[in-house]
Design a protein around this ligand. Structure first.
Ligand SMILES: NC(=O)c1ccc[n+]([C@@H]2O[C@H](COP(=O)([O-])OP(=O)(O)OC[C@H]3O[C@@H](n4cnc5c(N)ncnc54)[C@H](OP(=O)(O)O)[C@@H]3O)[C@@H](O)[C@H]2O)c1
Length: 230
């Protein structure tokens, strides 16, 4: 397949690109910073801001499927990256007759998501980090989900829990709507998306994905996700 990957310079997007190429796919990495990705066999780089409909249209032409790992930072002000890019991407897909879309959202988009046995997370971290500091970001993620749900495309909303880096794909778990777990390794998130691309078990619904076979180092996680990236 020839797959457009949005957010290909981000940590999940890099996993998606690497795993897709290793799996024999061609990848069109859609990036806003030319030169950010080294050239490789099977990889084409298209330069586009994901919220620019004309640039996105040009990038999507000739592809068979679109995977999005786009992301934005926490902000006090309204976030629009998710909904604006979803509008641009789905519009271009409809025009080009590309029907398969997998877009990364979050477990937080499921209002009923409360991982089992995670008392401190459910009662302290989730309300503080996701619902307060990440409020405007998650509001826009929900708008993105609405934009995508309203299309006739063969979409899958992919909902990971707290992301961390792990060197290998593990025996991850997926479930409809959201999955029961606090963490998702980016390698597993990418692997689950590429598997779902082939298997089509979660078409026109949400797929939760969590990692249970490995856990992040919490101090390292706070540093990489909470301090370094913000
Ligand atoms: N962190 C968590 O615990 C967690 C939990 C659940 C879900 N998620 C979601 O999972 C997704 C992936 O997260 P991640 O941490 O792996 O990646 P990330 O650091 O959020 O990467 C974001 C990617 O999106 C690109 N991007 C942002 N705005 C763009 C625009 N207007 N046009 C083109 N590209 C744009 C960035 O490009 P540049 O390199 O040019 O900036 C980068 O490649 C995000 O949506 C995140 O919110 C995260």
């Amino acid at each position: 397949m020839r797959i457009a990957v949005f957010g290909a310079t981000g940590p999940t997007g890099r996993q998606l690109t690497d795993q897709a190429l290793a799996g024999g796919h061609e990848v069109v990495a859609v990036v806003r910073r030319p030169g950010a990705l080294p050239a490789r066999a099977g990889l084409t780089v298209a330069v586009a801001d994901a919220t620019d409909p004309a640039a996105v249209d040009a990038a999507i032409g000739g592809t068979d499927a679109v995977l999005s790992a786009l992301g934005a930072r926490f902000a006090k002000a309204a976030v629009t990256t998710y909904s604006a890019s979803a509008t641009a991407i789905t519009g271009a897909m409809e025009r080009h007759g590309v029907e398969r879309l997998l877009a990364v959202s979050s477990s937080v988009a499921d209002p009923a998501w409360r991982p089992t046995g995670a008392h401190f997370f459910n009662h302290v971290l989730d309300p503080l980090v996701n619902r307060r500091l990440g409020r405007t970001l998650h509001e826009d993620m929900r708008r993105m989900e609405t934009v995508i749900r309203r299309t006739d495309l063969a979409w899958t909303l992919v909902r990971p829990s707290g992301l961390f880096d792990h060197p290998r794909v593990t025996d991850y778990h997926t479930a409809e709507t959201s999955a029961d777990g606090v963490f998702t390794a980016r390698a597993d998130l990418a692997a689950s998306m590429l598997r779902e691309l082939e298997e089509r078990r979660y078409v026109r619904t949400a797929m939760g994905v969590v990692t249970t076979a490995a856990r992040p180092n919490i101090a390292k996680l706070i540093w990489t996700e909470g301090v370094k990236k913000r």
